[in-house]
Design a protein around this ligand. Structure first.
Ligand code: SF4
Ligand code: SF4
Length: 174
């Protein structure tokens, strides 16, 4: 796993934001889903927000497992993943879309905070399985979108495959 150290020997908080374990949901271990969230046969893709891969590359993360299949019309990119070990993304960068799965922000409020959430239909988890994850996803996307207000347009416009509004947690509906 990639990590970095400060001069005092402590892990760098900036770098730790991007480790493959981020967004891990403990309840996944009880599912026999075959990591279906890492499979891309149904026309789905990883939504890469504008500038995400450039940032990961500048931090030294491996990106070879991510195969770009196009750009969206709002400055982001679409990718599929060819990692052979989904448990650690082949030691490479785990996009925020992946770390957020099965959740994704469905819209932001006027301050850039996540106001609605949607979820991927192919994940077998129940909403009660990911209450803590919902808080993490909401907080992480809100943090990034408040830091980069221009991402609000991308979040509102990105077109995902196989997502539905959630019925619990942050305000529903997309
Ligand atoms: S980057 Fe990691 S989480 Fe995302 S599809 Fe690839 S293996 Fe799965
Ligand atoms: S997030 Fe859902 S689809 Fe992905 S490993 Fe966990 S249970 Fe399976």
């Amino acid at each position: 796993m990639l990590s970095s150290r400060t001069t005092k020997g402590q892990p760098s908080p900036r770098r730790l934001e991007l480790v493959p374990d981020r967004g891990k949901i403990p309840a996944c271990a009880q599912q026999d889903c075959g990591h279906r969230c890492c499979q891309f046969e149904q026309g789905n893709f990883i939504a890469i927000y504008p500038g995400e891969l450039q940032e990961a590359k500048s931090l030294g993360y491996k990106l070879e497992h991510l195969r770009l299949i196009g750009e969206d019309t709002h400055g982001g990119q679409r990718a599929v993943c060819v990692a052979s070990n989904c448990a650690d993304c082949d030691g490479g960068y785990k996009p925020l879309d992946c770390a957020s799965y099965p959740l994704f922000p469905g819209g932001l409020d006027d301050h850039g905070s996540v106001a609605r959430m949607i979820r991927g239909e192919k994940c077998p988890l129940q909403e009660t399985d990911f209450a803590a994850h919902l808080d993490w996803v909401s907080s992480e996307w809100s943090r990034i979108c408040r830091k980069r207000p221009e991402l609000a347009h991308w979040v509102a416009a990105v077109d995902l495959v196989g997502y539905v509004p959630i019925t619990n947690g942050v305000e529903r509906e997309r």
